[in-house]
Design a protein around this ligand. Sequence first.
Ligand code: UDP
Length: 408
Amino acid sequence: MRRRIQPPQTQNGAFPGRKRILILMSDTGGGHRASAEALQAVFQERYPEAIQVDIIDLWMHHTPWPLNQLPKSYRFVTDRTPRLWKWAWRLSEKETASELLFSTVTRWAANAIRRAFLHYAPDLVISVHPVMQHVPLTVLADMGWSLPFVTVVTDLTTANLNWFHPGVDRCFVASQEALERARRAGLAPSQLRLTGLPVRPAFARQARPKAELRRMLGLDPERRVVLLMSGGEGMGPVATIARRVAWELARRKIPGELVVICGRNQRLRERLSRQSWPIPVRVLGFVTDMPNWMGASDCVITKAGPGTIAEALICGLPILLSGYIPGQEEGNVPFVVTNGVGDYSEDPGEIARIVARWLGPDRERLAAMSQRARALAHPQATYEIVDEIAALVGVASQDAPEDASREG
Ligand code: UDP
């Protein structure tokens, strides 16, 4: 393959002649970064010569102390004190509370955020985070900069109202429920698009049969594979669920194999790796080839993370939800259950029994859920979002190279 010769970058990292898009995100959970990287990958694939994309953690790297410490406390608060999180989440939806929050943050962080905009000098800004509409839009207005601002909502259903700012040029959402919330927050139909969640392009392309993927990953092609995960951070009672599922499958003599993805939870990984199991169990840390692991599995047990749900739907994986973060993930439970693509239980014993039924007597139901999952999925969402945003910076989609791997 011929290597593309990059034109020289200017001092602020810009490639002359290209439109520059700045994505604002923060590492609260794994989903915002995953969506930002998905968008960046598709811009790179579709418009390599016309558009350059930078991703910044605006909160961590461009606000002063102690604001920049807040993302670090997210995991602790959502995992250990969910009631406090639920209260804070609901409070943040109240207009007076959010106004107070955002005006305080703006006073504190405006200079640092202004410096970030001056450094990157973007032609368009994308926010993939609920607290990154109001403050950056205020800073841009104070700078006298008028440039397109786009929100890509990375929550699936119960998206916090702070995602929605009437001053944006476009707002992309993933479900009817999120669309209605956006309307309630004052966005007009011309600003709104219902596309689905942006997921990495590898999910849209993953077409290898299960058996081939299992061989490739060193899994037993004769066994049914249960994937167990819990977001980028591996939150919640993953270890207990793993034990209960493994023993239940062994007790019922169901030929199963369990894959546990611990994400960034190193302690969980070490703990599970030391255990002995009654069936084959693979314990993994943070994997970068999620489409392969999902494609090789028969079902997934997961907390109700929007990214994981959207990816599982594309892979046709029935979803057993084992919990949710109050607030933003709450609506994902009825979304999965009422659409007939999975079940919900927080009880590890019940989870194990449901999985055993799915892999045993309820195999037909499992197949039907898998079909419904594919029908509900939006594998092309990232491409649709990227093409529309490219048009906003004056880059037409015919400027993009044809990609034979994409379907219609
Ligand atoms: N993820 C991954 N590798 C891992 C664990 C998770 O790539 O080892 C990805 C997963 O595929 C999904 C994201 O991290 O895209 C998790 O997002 P989700 O919205 O499900 O949960 P969050 O971590 O944001 O709470």
